[in-house]
Design a protein. Structure first.
Length: 333
């Protein structure tokens, strides 16, 4: 006799399954398995959820340049730069990282496309090369579009791609070093797209570069948050992430202190350029971050890492825009 599904319980599984599928496409932890569409698998490799900070960095750079003009041409330039920083170059970085992390992913995240066998290694290599070539080509076109005498967009792209390579690939594999690897990741997520957005609409100067590199230390803290999901695999493979080196509790404190202290330092810089209002707004945005750090992350970083990022990081990225607007208003170019 065929058992009839219980209507009270059957629908309850649908949202969970849909959520798991969504996490798969976004490249998030807890994804579903069994995807067969090659294009969905390729998208999963590119981890769209990671594009957002880079796209936002372009917005902050455009704001700090003071040269963005609301109009069709500048809007299309900004969109092209977001395409460069997000889908193309971040997609390249994430695919490259998955390629070189296939052994550790087999331990930590076996549902990922490569360790699960959903996509072949030659197909992954092809994707890496296509994204790399597209990014380099688009950066050259942006330099031409902006009328740059020096190909600053192309140089930033090449530098970013090189950092992505040495971060993931042997023999350097910067991610094996908890401090250096996480700072390289933080700078790539904050400073590089900020520089690209600023250079597209203004002049990239040492002052802007130094300030954003300081801000990248807050990004280092965010990068450490991502290490908590793979502590066991990192330990087994000898990767010296901060949670492995210092233990989960100490690494969590290092993480939150890096995030908070350097944002407060940026607020101090805004005061020094006579942008007290923006500095105050930035400090106010740090308060809810500290609250969520205490509520979620410091109490159980292994369980609450994703919840903490979802609740606290919006305030961090809003703070970045506040700093960008302040620099643009002060004429820091």
């Amino acid at each position: 006799m065929t058992e009839t599904p219980n209507p009270d319980t059957t629908p309850a599984t649908a949202p969970e399954e849909q959520g798991s599928k969504a996490r798969q496409l976004l490249g998030m932890k807890g994804a579903a398995e069994g995807e067969t569409s090659i294009w969905k698998i390729r998208l999963q490799l590119m981890k769209p959820i990671t594009w957002i900070p880079l796209i936002w960095g372009v917005v902050c750079g455009a704001a700090s340049s003071g040269g963005y003009v609301w109009g069709v041409e500048d809007f299309l330039k900004a969109m092209a730069c977001m395409l460069l920083s997000g889908p193309l170059l971040t997609g390249y970085t994430q695919t490259l990282n998955d390629f070189y992390d296939r052994e550790i992913d087999a331990i930590n995240e076996p549902y990922r496309p490569i360790p699960s066998g959903a996509i072949s290694v030659p197909q992954v290599v092809t994707q890496i090369l296509v994204l790399l070539g597209s990014g380099v080509g688009l950066s050259y076109l942006l330099d031409r579009w902006a009328g740059h005498d020096f190909p600053v967009m192309l140089v930033l792209t090449v530098v970013g791609c090189f950092i992505a390579y040495i971060y993931s690939a042997p023999p350097l594999k910067l991610k094996q070093n908890g401090w250096l690897g996480n700072y390289a990741l933080g700078a790539s997520y904050i400073a590089l797209p900020w520089w690209a957005g600023h250079a597209l609409f203004g002049t990239l100067t040492p002052t802007v570069m130094v300030v954003t590199l300081i801000y990248s230390f807050a990004g280092l803290g965010i990068a450490v948050v991502n290490d908590f999901k793979s502590v066991e695999g990192d330990r087994q493979l000898g990767l010296k992430s901060l949670p492995v080196m210092f233990g989960v509790g100490t690494a969590a404190w290092i993480c939150v202190l890096m995030i908070d202290i350097f944002q407060v330092g940026i607020a101090g810089y805004l005061v020094s350029i006579h942008e007290q209002l923006y500095a105050t707004i930035l400090l106010l945005l740090v308060i809810p971050q500290i609250t969520f750090q205490d509520m979620y992350f410091l109490r159980d970083p292994l369980k609450n890492d994703v919840k903490y990022q979802a609740s606290a990081q919006p305030f961090l990225v809003l703070g970045m825009l506040v700093a960008g607007l302040a620099m643009g208003h002060a004429g820091i170019s």
